[in-house]
Design a protein around this ligand. Structure first.
Ligand SMILES: Nc1nc2c(ncn2[C@@H]2O[C@H](COP(=O)(O)OP(=O)(O)O)[C@@H](O)[C@H]2O)c(=O)[nH]1
Ligand SMILES: Nc1ncnc2c1ncn2[C@@H]1O[C@H](COP(=O)(O)OP(=O)(O)O)[C@@H](O)[C@H]1O
Length: 185
């Protein structure tokens, strides 16, 4: 019997393919609700406010934090990111499957505040492939890539803290595995 849908957290190093996997999955299963985070990072070309992120100023982020509007938040590679609390709780109350794509520090906070959450780690097939993907994406200058690779070492070491690990060799396979973990298929 399928249990009540619960919160699923997807984490993994920058460049491993989290956004690609989630986009692929949601194309076929738009009923999976993905939380849109607030961030102080500047938009990349093609990223839209309210779709990929809510792009906010430092002052706006300060307010969100001070007012307790974020379920969790973290600083990652020089920018702050946080999950708006109200929207997540609303979806969970409706019984909809909810997915958060957040970093390791955020995943740890969710584990504390919502112990029933399922934590899924997306791992690269190898370190070399992770470097290739992050560099190949071409969205960050070399010094930002260096910061993200330093963070990636910490994140990879934390993999045993997660309930499940999926290795992103094939986007299609991983998307299917994630759907199964979320009880969607
Ligand atoms: N804690 C936390 N991390 C987030 C949130 N939104 C995004 N992130 C994470 O922040 C990191 C950087 O995200 P981003 O700048 O979009 O780069 P990308 O994941 O490499 O495309 C990634 O690990 C994201 O999963 C959030 O709301 N909270
Ligand atoms: N399974 C895969 N095989 C090869 N390349 C991939 C795979 N998954 C993602 N990529 C590529 O790796 C790069 C980083 O993916 P992205 O989804 O932006 O990662 P993240 O959201 O984890 O930072 C992108 O150029 C993407 O097209």
């Amino acid at each position: 019997m399928s249990e009540r849908p619960r919160l699923t957290v997807l984490s993994g190093p920058s460049g491993v393919g989290k956004s690609t996997v989630v986009a692929h999955m949601r194309k076929e299963h738009p009923e999976v609700w993905l939380s849109v985070s607030a961030t102080t990072r500047k938009p990349r070309p093609g990223e839209r406010h309210g779709v990929h992120y809510f792009f906010v100023t430092d002052e706006e982020m300060d307010k969100l934090i001070a007012n307790g509007e974020l379920l969790e938040w973290a600083e990652f590679a020089g920018n702050r990111y946080g999950t708006p609390r109200a929207a997540v709780l609303e979806r969970l109350e409706k019984g909809e499957p909810v997915l958060l794509e957040i970093d390791l520090q955020g995943a740890r906070q969710v584990r504390e505040s919502m112990p029933e959450a399922q934590l899924v780690f997306l791992a690269p097939p190898s370190w070399e492939e992770l470097v290739r993907r992050l560099t190949g994406r071409g969205t960050e200058p070399p010094e930002v890539i260096e910061r993200r690779l330093a963070a990636a070492k910490v994140e990879l070491a934390a993999e045993p803290e997660f309930d499940e690990t999926l290795v992103n060799t094939s986007v299609k396979d991983v998307a299917r595995e994630l759907l199964a973990l979320m009880d969607v298929v």
